[in-house]
Design a protein around this ligand. Structure first.
Ligand SMILES: Nc1ncnc2c1ncn2[C@@H]1O[C@H](COP(=O)(O)OP(=O)(O)OP(=O)(O)O)[C@@H](O)[C@H]1O
Length: 222
């Protein structure tokens, strides 16, 4: 197991849909090391988002073992999950969950406060590199989808998490903007030594990651 930050051992997860059972993870094993970046691919409905949700503690496994940062999560209470999310985790999901009445800076500051951190030069660096300087005082609702996506990335990295879970982080961007964001995301993650697990349907985005995991019929192939 070494020093892996995410370890799944024989994890099973399924959903009942009427009288049908959909087995999404079937004795799935994986390990993610510190500062490692992985693209997660697979056909629609194979369970990519479910896997991200499980690692983020937003959904729970049916059986098997999930360890995060060397700790078995089996007996974690809500407070341990919250602590993990606040200190170690950044997420960029398809719904950005930005606070629309607030401006860009306040969205980032709000999330920092949740992690009990203060504004730092790193936050200005993020805003700058993500091309948000000119709109940092603008309310979220006055931004384009692509700008909101970049705010979501800045917010997810502001507290320098050790793990970033991203679900199609360039889904709202055109090809060029998507490439720019991927370049920045990987640069920023490298600077802060953040591991990335990123769901993507794009081979071009996947190529930015060091490893590729393909999820199909409950199993991961590399
Ligand atoms: N809360 C839930 N209740 C019931 N079924 C669910 C639930 N969440 C996911 N599923 C089902 O589990 C399967 C995997 O869904 P998931 O969203 O993880 O797939 P995905 O690979 O991310 O798909 P896509 O690429 O289309 O986003 C799907 O069949 C989905 O309908």
């Amino acid at each position: 197991m070494g020093n892996s930050i995410v370890t799944l051992n024989s994890v099973c997860k399924g959903f009942n849909d009427g009288d049908k059972h959909h087995q999404v993870l079937d004795n799935t094993n994986l390990q993610l090391a510190p500062a490692e970046t992985v693209a997660l691919t697979g056909p629609s409905g194979c369970g990519k988002s479910t896997l991200l949700n499980i690692i983020g503690g937003f959904e729970f496994i049916d059986s098997g073992n999930l360890s995060l940062f060397g700790n078995n999560t089996a007996d974690w209470h809500d407070s341990q999950w919250s602590q993990y999310r606040r200190s170690n985790l950044g997420v960029v999901f398809q719904q950005f969950n930005l606070l629309t009445p607030l401006n860009v800076k306040d969205n980032i500051a709000f999330s920092l406060r949740l992690s009990q951190q203060h504004w730092s030069p790193w936050c200005d660096h993020l805003i700058d590199l993500l091309g948000l300087s000119a709109v940092k005082n603008r309310h979220i609702e006055a931004l384009s989808g692509g700008q909101q996506q970049r705010v979501a990335i800045a917010r997810a990295l502001a507290h320098k998490p050790q793990l970033l879970l991203a679900d199609e982080p360039t889904g709202n961007l055109d090809e060029n903007a998507g490439r720019d964001v991927m370049t920045l995301l990987t640069e920023l993650a490298k600077e802060s030594q953040t591991s990335i697990l990123m769901v993507t349907h794009s081979a071009e985005c996947a190529a930015f990651m060091q490893r590729r995991w393909h999820l199909e019929q409950g199993h991961i192939h590399e």
